[in-house]
Design a protein around this ligand. Structure first.
Ligand code: BG6
Length: 486
């Protein structure tokens, strides 16, 4: 689909996200010849500098995030010509005049305001855009997470942004929904007849969703210390993955049909009470250790960190969904920084066979499982039982493996490439609706309240491990183990 000509305005245009992800994603789409010839990217930042000076920093800061094999001097030159820089104080309405001057005043163009800023600025920016007549009917606004820090602040953002833009103009981004393997999960569930009859409590014993990172918080302690793993990852990425795994088949792949089903899942999550919380939620914080053989400091010793910080860098939750399909099936969600491996995966474990016709000595039985790998390698693993060759009837678990890179040799699209294209096309399916956002905050809020009142610190865990022992105990109480422990 050819894109309409556009002005894309990046607030936070000199920030980390713009440099690492957004500009490289737009470059990739330029190289793929998706961008109209006169489409422009207007980067907005607080610092006073010229477009030339800004481009020099794009060259040194953003360009290294593009693979050498994707760099093409002519495309890079064309891409740089699209970029303009505007210095602007987001809180000062007068300074939006410079932005108005830099933008093209043509109602036939698409205007996109991408707010890669702290959420405390979302309302101010939108209200100032409206005051300067920049929030036009041909405009869209993209909001980066975190969308608030609790239910109250999220509701305030929804109301303030909603007073300027219609819901159909608001794109609340969760980059996990743009990942190839997440898209493939939709294809797997709803493009095959095989899984759907089994995709329910009668046949599934439990589901594990893990996003583990080897990285620490790096230079983001300022943001992270006020956020923590629950707000940074669980409230959004992990819950969105859970929605895709658990939702009922939407009638069509249209924005509201998909989002209605996701919303039902979020609203059906069993609410925590103070009594159930301590059994079902574990938080941890990394201490010094080794990751890939390299010594790394503990969270409290990271540059800029509060030496007494109680911010969690790990969280594990046992969730349940109160529906006919899922009643009683535990969903274990887990994420952490400085863990033993860098991976994101969904493990669906099926129940054991109801009756074995084989003698005890026929091998090691494992229930079937389906592993959907999101990263680092994207693929599917279906664990089945098979007979080992030979005279005796010995069974052994085998792995049916599908590697997306091997199967589809076509070039990959980064999540931000796909999502930016969707914004430019006006396609909302992969973006969160306001009621989804509220439902997600409503569910996590009792956890936040409980932690606020709790006297104790998060459980310590050594960097380079799979998190605190309490996380193994959480799943162990159900007689289960995390996948890497089996
Ligand atoms: C971001 C979080 O949303 O997702 C980061 O703010 C985290 O803390 C990142 O590192 C993980 O994303 P990915 O795509 O690298 O798994």
């Amino acid at each position: 689909m050819t894109l309409n000509d556009f002005d894309l305005v990046l607030f936070g245009g000199s920030g980390d996200l713009a440099m690492r992800k957004l500009l490289p994603a737009m470059y990739a789409r330029d190289r793929a010849k998706d961008l109209p010839a006169s489409a422009r990217i207007i980067c907005v930042g607080r610092h006073d500098c010229t477009t030339e000076a800004f481009l020099a920093s794009v060259n040194t800061t953003s360009k290294p995030h593009i693979a050498d094999t994707a760099l093409d001097a002519a495309v890079w030159q064309r891409f740089c010509q699209r970029i303009h820089y505007v210095a602007l104080d987001a809180t000062d309405p007068a300074s939006y005049t410079a932005l108005a001057t830099a933008m093209r005043d043509d109602p036939a163009l698409t205007r996109v305001y991408y707010l890669a800023t702290p959420p405390t600025l979302f309302a101010t920016i939108c209200l100032n855009l409206a005051a300067c007549q920049l929030a036009t009917p041909n405009s869209r606004v993209v909001l980066e997470k975190p969308l608030g820090r609790d239910l109250k602040s999220a509701r305030q953002i929804i109301a303030d942004v909603g007073s300027v833009f219609a819901e159909s103009q608001i794109f609340r981004i969760d980059h996990y929904l743009g990942k190839e393997a997440v898209q493939n999960l939709l294809a797997l569930r709803f493009g095959n007849v095989l899984f759907e009859p089994l995709w329910r409590r009668e046949w599934i014993s439990d589901v594990q969703i893990t996003i583990a990172e080897e990285l620490g918080v790096g230079n983001r302690t300022g943001y992270y210390d006020t956020s923590g793993a629950l707000r940074d990852m669980l409230q959004n990425h992990l819950l969105q993955l859970l929605c895709i795994v658990a939702m009922e088949p939407p009638t069509m792949i249209t924005p509201d049909a998909v989002r209605d089903e996701k919303l039902k899942v979020l609203r059906s999550l069993k609410k925590f009470t103070p009594a159930t919380l301590s059994q079902n939620v574990v938080r941890g914080q990394y201490r010094a250790g080794h990751v890939n053989g390299v010594a790394v400091p503990g969270y409290r010793k990271e540059p800029g960190a509060n030496p007494e910080s109680r911010t969690e860098t790990f969280v594990a939750v046992r969730a349940e969904i109160d529906t006919w399909r899922w009643a009683g099936v535990p969903f274990y969600l887990r994420t952490g920084k400085r863990m033993a491996d860098q991976l994101a995966e969904i493990v669906v474990r099926f129940k054991s066979i109801p009756h074995s016709i084989f003698a005890q000595s026929t091998g090691s039985f494992l229930p079937n499982s389906l592993v959907i790998r999101l990263q680092p390698d994207e693929g599917l693993h279906l664990n089945l039982m098979a007979k080992t060759p030979g005279d005796s009837m010995r069974l052994k678990p085998v792995d049916l493996e599908m590697d997306f890179h091997e199967t589809f040799k076509s070039p990959r699209m980064d999540a931000y490439e796909r999502l930016l294209l969707d914004v430019l096309r006006g396609q909302l399916t992969l973006f969160m609706r306001s009621d989804e956002l509220e439902a997600a905050w409503e569910w996590v809020e009792p956890i936040l309240d409980h932690w606020d009142q709790e006297e104790s610190d998060p459980f310590p865990y050594t960097a380079g491990t799979w998190g605190p022992a309490a996380a193994s105990a959480l799943i162990g109480r159900d007689g289960l183990q995390w996948r890497e422990e089996t």
